[in-house]
Design a protein around this ligand. Sequence first.
Ligand SMILES: CC(C)(COP(=O)(O)OP(=O)(O)OC[C@H]1O[C@@H](n2cnc3c(N)ncnc32)[C@H](O)[C@@H]1OP(=O)(O)O)[C@@H](O)C(=O)NCCC(=O)NCCS
Length: 140
Amino acid sequence: MNLRLQLDTTGIDWNVVVYILQNAGMAYRTPDMHARAFNRSHTVVFVFDDENLVGLGRALSDGEYQAAIYDVAVLPAYQGKGIGKRIIQTIITQIPHCNFILYASPGKEKFYEKENFKRMKTGMALFVNGEAMKTKGFTE
Ligand SMILES: CC(C)(COP(=O)(O)OP(=O)(O)OC[C@H]1O[C@@H](n2cnc3c(N)ncnc32)[C@H](O)[C@@H]1OP(=O)(O)O)[C@@H](O)C(=O)NCCC(=O)NCCS
């Protein structure tokens, strides 16, 4: 592997972003929607192996004290090699004075606990598709 991190959206092929999210079993949208979402995010991280995009993540933030992490995904063939950890650590390093919140995919909580994230007792969400998120195990 010849890994390289990119911290902006220059030259990103948004079709590949869709492909990675889809293959990682995550929610995905159209390439244009992901382009707008990542371009409007405070912090973005893309991981390349040579010229191939293999992982990504982003944070919404005010840049001062609050941040929320979304769309952390690694291509299945590259999972378990420390790339997810690098994505999380790189996001945090960009805005280290912030509180970070996120919701883990059910079953992925341990990955975040290893990076010192704690389970929240009072997290509340208003999802666009509430029933689907309940079925997927995100809400009670
Ligand atoms: C979850 C995900 C981002 C982790 O990335 P990754 O590159 O595979 O993880 P890493 O290799 O960096 O693992 C870091 C540590 O977390 C652990 N870990 C990773 N996934 C885990 C899981 N599902 N359950 C428990 N531990 C996990 C690893 O064993 C490793 O531990 P170590 O540091 O003690 O060796 C990646 O597997 C993925 O894209 N999964 C599908 C999409 C997804 O669920 N994204 C998260 C949405 S909340």
